[in-house]
Design a protein around this ligand. Structure first.
Ligand SMILES: Nc1ncnc2c1ncn2[C@@H]1O[C@H](COP(=O)(O)OP(=O)(O)OP(=O)(O)O)[C@@H](O)[C@H]1O
Length: 258
């Protein structure tokens, strides 16, 4: 069953076509990677799914419902959350508060109730804290609950971003370069976490990633973009041996070496 469908998605910035006529399907509970050289259009693609950018044309369907025209917070309520290429945490807030912020959309508390410290609101807050702690334990950050997010090591900050994203109980989780800047040990831990989330949290994962070892190891299916075009799709073994993909990456390396 397809949870996410992208149909003929095009985004133009003035004269520049960042993605051109991209069509993709993402199966429920799969791990799907979107790869491609720098500037291929991957982040633009995520930004359209999360309603940061409005597509120039095309459609995005979550369980058959179009997301085009929604606001970013509405897309999140619909069940799509993401992490960012450049970590975006509230550095001056504690680790657990960062997770509680992710959970916020599921809490019923109205500001009047919060202000009056109503017992029902206090109970809801307590429950949310227990749940946030469980999530932090799940991603391996239980020892840093009251630490400021900005004090965490880089790999831990990336895991906190994931914790905050899963606190929103997404149907689809978009991870934008989750392994960027991680050492091999941290990447291994991340790989295990992504695998586990898919089964334990019943979530579908779409990731953008440059670490090819991780992509090949973790993905069920891979889409390859280059200069805004979808140039290949398939299982890891098919992508590894695809001539157009090899050329797109080799061309990039050759250009950088010029
Ligand atoms: N807001 C914008 N305004 C104008 N051009 C943009 C904007 N966002 C992206 N682009 C352009 O669209 C193209 C695709 O960029 P995008 O960031 O989506 O690529 P990417 O595959 O995510 O690259 P990277 O791997 O380096 O993050 C690039 O040429 C980029 O300069």
């Amino acid at each position: 069953m397809n949870v996410l469908e992208v149909k003929n998605l095009t985004k133009q910035f003035g004269g520049l076509t960042a993605t051109n006529d991209i069509t993709m399907t993402v199966e429920k509970n799969s791990i799907t990677a979107v790869i491609g050289p720098n500037g291929a259009g991957k982040t633009t693609f995520f930004n359209m799914i999360t309603a940061v950018y409005k597509p120039t044309s095309g459609d995005i369907l979550l369980n058959g419902h179009s997301l085009v025209g929604l606001k970013p917070h509405e897309v999140s309520k619909f069940g799509i959350t993401r992490t960012f290429q450049n970590i975006r945490l509230f550095n001056e807030q504690t680790v657990i508060d960062n997770v509680l912020i992710g959970m916020h959309q599921h809490l019923k508390a109205h500001w009047v109730g919060t202000l009056l410290r109503l017992p029902s609101i206090r109970l809801e807050e307590e429950k949310a804290k227990v749940q946030a702690y469980k999530i932090l334990k799940y991603v391996g950050l239980e020892d840093y609950v009251n630490e400021n997010a900005g004090n965490l090591a880089y790999g831990a900050q990336r895991r906190l971003e994931i914790a905050r994203a899963i606190a929103a109980r997404p149907k689809v989780l978009l991870l934008d370069e989750p392994a960027a800047g991680m050492n091999p040990k941290e990447t291994k831990k991340l790989t295990d976490l992504i695998h586990d989330m898919r089964t334990r949290l019943d979530v579908t994962i779409v990731l953008i990633e440059h670490d090819m070892k991780l992509v090949m190891e973790i993905s069920d299916y891979i889409y390859v973009l280059d200069h805004g075009e979808l140039i290949a799709q398939g299982k890891p073994d098919e992508i590894r041996n695809n001539q157009r993909v090899i050329e797109a990456y080799l061309g990039k390396v050759a250009a950088e070496n010029d």
